[in-house]
Design a protein around this ligand. Structure first.
Ligand SMILES: Cc1cc2nc3c(=O)[nH]c(=O)nc-3n(C[C@H](O)[C@H](O)[C@H](O)COP(=O)(O)OP(=O)(O)OC[C@H]3O[C@@H](n4cnc5c(N)ncnc54)[C@H](O)[C@@H]3O)c2cc1C
Length: 401
């Protein structure tokens, strides 16, 4: 920082982690705050589909950014139950989240979530601006950016803290740690959002298995149902085109006796009808990296790519942002340099995030080729797993500032 100037913070990515980091610091008049976002301002509004955010994210937000928590709670549906059945209706698990968490989670559409997170910080976001590299020169830390056309380049230098929240394919991470091969688990996971319509039998969070093929669904605001279907594929191969067709998908979830319930009939019909609108992905995770060179910090998926089995990717991005905001506020209030922040965030986050990455991976057991969902789900009703869930949902970061 040059004497007499305000410390300069650059946040890369206005996704979940980045937007919340900016939100928590936006009211400070003792910093210069810039957020770089690759997407255009009107882009990403139909991004993704829907998601559930865990009770732990809401608990952390209430403690550190209560007004953000209020906005999210007011504009979402509560996530209170987690049920698991076979697609023929055989019940396997019914978990009341209140038994393992201090508060409910939320269910929301991506488009709504992005809008809620970005609206209050729009003046700080440079949309259509893409990070291309990070470095250290005569004028301290810098980022190179280009506009959406890829033509106009610019260097922003003299930065005190770079918060790289640029998602799973983070350029910032690649420039510091190199390209890491993704670790595929051998499961295809696809997502879609469908109209609920009159008499829709889907409400709170449920999962339905036919062998290791699984449907997951819940209602989100706006009278939509979010559906995430999965089935095993070889870990080293792409998703076969033949598996993406409506009748093939129907076959995956139809039990041998052909008998679907009202809920699973709704879901299977929807998957078949809207097969052309599906977003396809493969389950993958990677290593945890937070603090880079002095003044550089990864946050969210950039720091910890994880499988979405427990709905913890965005949830942990929220926790990350809470800790980051807490640490930056602390450093500013005590006049300490901001380049101390990355190591402090890492010290508060690494152990917890490694626990969550590993629990998410372990919880994927019932979705793997040859898995027995009955035995696997039974294990998830037992004290050992419920204790892990309690740790997940209750042991959240608390403010130190
Ligand atoms: C199938 C599936 C289902 C999921 N379901 C859930 C769920 O139910 N609950 C849950 O908690 N999580 C879920 N997740 C995980 C969740 O999507 C991510 O963990 C979460 O979005 C990560 O937030 P983030 O802020 O780190 O990154 P993102 O939300 O990806 O945001 C990154 C931002 O950075 C921008 N950006 C990227 N590169 C650049 C660049 N070079 N320059 C400038 N800007 C850039 C992007 O445009 C984006 O806006 C799911 C993931 C998948 C794949």
């Amino acid at each position: 920082m040059t004497t007499g100037t305000k410390p300069k913070i650059v946040v890369v990515g206005a996704g979940i982690a980045g937007s919340l980091a900016v939100s928590g610091l936006a009211e400070r008049d003792d910093i210069e705050l810039i957020c770089l976002e690759r997407a255009a301002e009107s882009g990403q509004l139909d991004a993704g589909t829907g998601l559930n955010i865990g009770p732990n994210a809401i608990k952390a937000l209430v403690a550190i950014m209560p007004e953000r928590a209020r906005t999210l709670i007011d504009n979402s549906l509560a996530w209170k139950q987690w049920t698991v059945e076979l697609t023929d209706g055989t019940p396997l698990m019914h978990l009341d989240l209140a038994s393992v968490a201090d508060n409910a989670g939320i269910r929301i559409r991506w488009a709504e979530l992005y809008a809620l997170l970005r609206r209050p910080i729009a003046r700080h976001i440079r949309f259509g601006t893409e990070l291309t590299s990070i470095g250290h020169g005569d004028e301290g830390l810098f980022v190179d950016v280009q506009d959406a056309s890829g033509v106009a380049g610019e260097r922003i230098s003299g930065i005190d803290l770079i918060i790289a929240a640029d998602g799973r394919y983070s350029v910032a991470r690649q420039t510091q740690w190199g390209q890491e091969p993704p670790n595929f688990l051998g499961v295809c996971l696809y997502r879609l959002l469908v109209p609920a319509g009159a008499g829709c039998p889907i409400d709170d969070y449920g999962q339905w298995f036919n062998g290791s093929n699984r449907l997951l669904a819940f209602r989100v605001p706006g009278d939509f149902v979010y559906i995430a279907g999965s089935f095993p594929i070889p870990a080293d191969s792409a998703i076969p085109e033949t598996a993406k067709q409506g009748p093939a998908l129907r076959g995956l979830y139809t039990p041998q006796n052909g008998s679907l319930t009202a809920q699973t009939k709704f879901l299977v019909d929807a998957v078949e009808t809207y097969a052309d609108h599906i977003h396809w992905a493969r389950l993958q995770d990677g290593t945890v990296q937070f603090a880079g060179p002095p003044g550089v910090l990864l946050l969210g998926d950039a720091a910890h790519p994880m499988v979405p089995t427990l709905g913890q990717g965005a949830t942990q991005s929220v926790e990350d942002a809470c800790v980051l905001v807490d640490e930056v506020r602390r450093a500013l209030d005590s006049g300490e340099p901001l380049n101390l922040v990355p190591a402090r965030v890492e010290a508060r986050r690494r152990e917890r995030v490694e626990f969550v990455v590993s629990l998410s991976r372990a919880a994927t057991d019932t979705m793997l080729e040859g898995a027995d969902p009955v035995a696997g789900t039974f294990k998830k009703t037992q004290p050992a797993f419920l204790r892990q869930l309690e740790r997940l949902y209750r042991d959240v970061p608390e403010p130190l500032a």
